[in-house]
Design a binder for this molecule. Structure first.
Ligand code: ZN
Length: 464
């Protein structure tokens, strides 16, 4: 099988930088070898700048991109303006979404993710049916629209169809929520349908998502996990958990334990699990969840805009817990913006600098590096895309950062990740490769104009 070799001026490695680094990629889009020595007798393409692994975005509701910036006002009718009032606006949009809209919005936001250096997304997808709840002729219609949107842009996707069965603990679903609802059997059939279709797609994975302990009963949790584990024992499992104090109280009253504690006590929590938000955790939940290997799926800007609360980053990191970032409602798709608010918000709260970098003798421990590497690992565990590191055997998801971007002037590999995260607002991502294919070159995607036109047309329909 023929391979292609790239000479990367500075290549991100799990333990530092290789300058230059030679990366050999096969036709299946996998990394065959990485070396500091130029291979003899082989053609080599040189890439200037900093080559870092593509990041998996661990939480997305693609269609919510269309709501960003539309709910930032108050009226007398929205006296209690928090997640629950925002949700009313979201449901108003859900009532109108067509499959075409869903795909057009998806392609736009997926392209935005690629431009900021994300190479895969975990799509927590819950708008399954027609308005009113009637099934589409193909029950997987809406899932397939988002898979098509990812395919059109070249972004890797871990499709997570969501099981949503109830409007709350002991509450029936509301009329708008009828678009979301499945029985466990219907849901497992949908997963099976999608997993069969993913067989020859090297950038698609399909996992399971339980909406929350509010929307799925304990019996349904166990039944779904049993069915899913038989089908796909290695695939990821996601759940929304402890985003608001309201949710913690509802679950505690209904199930007798706080949400994360309930999971620790009742399921085999391990590193296949992504606990999305995990904002409100007590000491026992931090210790138990961190020990289990489950990934805390922090969505910093979305949680900030909702006024949810702040993830206990320092305590969780200190407990050696896995965590990563998602862009959820897509107030931003920028890796550096999401990590910046996480780090800087904690600095404001704690009134100190470098909150998760722990001293290690005389070695320099860099905040940008720790954040980026932790988010890479958390993203890969949550997506199971096969990337997350530029080492042999992993998928060739390579992001080239432009050394001439203003944000990097005067920097070297020693501080480049700090500068990306905390040194300016310019996007330095120049080229993006997913599974061995270049999808962005010199900041451009070949389909960006038509993707934008389709998005504009969908927005016109949705807001008219
Ligand atoms: Zn979510």
């Amino acid at each position: 099988m023929s391979t292609k070799t790239y000479e990367v001026e500075h290549l991100h490695q799990p333990d530092g930088w290789l300058s230059p680094g030679y990366v050999e990629v096969d036709q299946a889009g996998k990394i065959v070898s990485v070396s500091g020595d130029r291979p003899q007798g082989k053609e080599v393409e040189s890439l200037s700048g900093y080559g870092v692994p593509g990041l998996s975005n661990l939480h997305s509701h693609a269609f919510q991109r269309a709501l960003a910036g539309r709910t930032e006002f108050v009226t007398g009718a929205l006296a209690e303006d928090n997640l629950w009032t925002w949700r009313k606006e979201m449901y108003r949009m859900v009532d109108r979404l067509t499959p075409e809209d869903y795909e057009a919005i998806g392609a736009q936001v997926y392209l935005e993710m690629l431009k900021f250096g994300m190479t895969a997304v975990c799509e927590f997808h819950y708008v399954h049916h027609q308005p009113g709840g009637a099934k589409f002729a193909d029950p997987a219609e809406m899932s397939k629209r988002l898979i098509a949107a990812a395919g059109r842009t070249g972004l890797g996707m871990t499709m997570l169809p969501v099981l949503y069965a109830h409007g709350g603990i002991n509450k029936p679903v509301e009329p708008t929520q009828k678009r979301f609802v499945h029985t466990v059997d219907e849901y497992l059939a949908l997963i099976e349908n999608l997993r069969t279709g993913m067989a020859d797609n090297r950038t698609l994975n399909v996992g399971v998502a339980l909406h929350s302990l509010r929307a799925v009963t304990p019996d349904e949790v166990h039944e779904t996990l049993a069915g899913f584990n038989r089908m796909a024992p290695d695939a990821p499992i996601h759940i929304h958990v402890s985003e608001t104090t309201h949710e913690v109280e509802e679950v505690e009253a209904g199930l007798g334990a706080r949400p994360v504690q309930w999971l620790i006590d009742n399921v085999d929590l391990n590193d296949k699990w992504c606990l999305v938000h995990a904002t409100h955790l007590d000491a026992s939940e931090i210790a138990g969840s961190a020990k289990s290997g489950a990934v805390a799926g922090i969505c910093p800007l979305t949680e900030a805009t909702m006024g949810d609360g702040f993830f206990p980053l320092v305590e969780y990191h200190k407990a050696r817990g896995n965590w990563g970032i998602g862009t959820d409602s897509h107030y931003s798709t920028s890796i550096s913006e999401e990590l910046r608010i996480l780090e800087c918000g904690k600095r404001l709260e704690l009134r100190r600098r470098n909150v998760i970098a722990e001293p290690d003798g005389d070695a320099e421990v860099h905040t940008g590096r720790i954040h980026f590497d932790t988010a890479l690992k958390g993203g890969e565990l949550s997506s199971r895309q096969g990337g997350g590191a530029l080492v042999p055997g992993r998928r060739a998801d390579l992001v080239m950062l432009d050394p001439n971007a203003d944000v990097f002037l005067g920097h070297t590999s020693r501080t480049v990740l700090d500068a990306w995260m905390l040194g300016g607002t310019e996007n330095p991502v120049r080229d993006v490769m997913v599974a061995g294919n270049w999808v962005i070159r010199d900041g451009r995607h070949p389909q960006q104009d038509t993707v934008r036109q389709d998005y504009q047309a969908a927005m016109k329909r949705l807001t008219s």
